[in-house]
Design a binder for this molecule. Sequence first.
Ligand code: IPE
Ligand code: IPE
Ligand code: MG
Length: 252
Amino acid sequence: MSIKIPFLSKQVKETELEDWDNIPSHVAIIMDGNGRWAQRRGLPRIAGHREGVSTVNRIVKTAVNANVKVLTLYTFSTENWKRPKSEVDFILKLPKEFLHVYLPGLVENNVRVQTIGDFNAVPKHTQDAIEYAMEKTKDNDGLVLNFALNYGSRYEIIHAVKQIVQDTKASELDLEQLDESYFEKYLFTNGLSDPDLLIRTGGEYRLSNFMLWQLAYTEFWFTEKLWPEFDEDTFLQALMEYQQRKRRYGGI
Ligand code: IPE
Ligand code: IPE
Ligand code: MG
């Protein structure tokens, strides 16, 4: 037996997912392997980045259908500036291209667009496109689609500490108040729950400076699949394996 999921192009077998209620609320993805996908086909690396945009759309749809609440996508890291300028420029044009094509679908599907990272350093055209999408979707209360753009976890933590010092000096914060949940208000992820599931594609087993604080108790799932070839079935497989995990948070 299968159930029809309206947003998906194909049917997903009901038996594939044990439990449609036990879905990770926040899924974070390190979308890796675009360059290798292209190189294996004899194409320039940027062809892989372009192909990766289609995967983003595919996975957003699946997340909406599976009733995931927050989907955080690692789009560009603070270390990715080390790449050749032409590649950096190309990657930073993709949010605009993505939103140009897919924003109407996001609006229609009640998705709210949001970002984390140092927004000021990205090109103005990228900022404008994202701000427009955020404004257009600000009242939506479905999936939060959170782009980690020019994001680095160590930068985020230093940024938080600097603000804490300033607020303390301005007597807006009493250090006695500062505990874990208060500290989180200073992170870019303020207001979002921690990821329940982290997926990394592309066969690398590292965090690459992604959400170091927020991933403290997250379940990790890795796949050799490169981001352009990551599909609904693979995503559902990750959700299914998540459902088998026993989260103990230090307890028994
Ligand atoms: C991920 O793919 C996209 C970004 C980091 C922006 P890569 O470009 O890192 O692809 P590989 O890892 O070199 O194959
Ligand atoms: C992590 O991928 C960053 C993003 C996916 C945006 P990288 O390809 O930059 O990571 P490393 O360099 O292999 O660790
Ligand atoms: Mg990579």
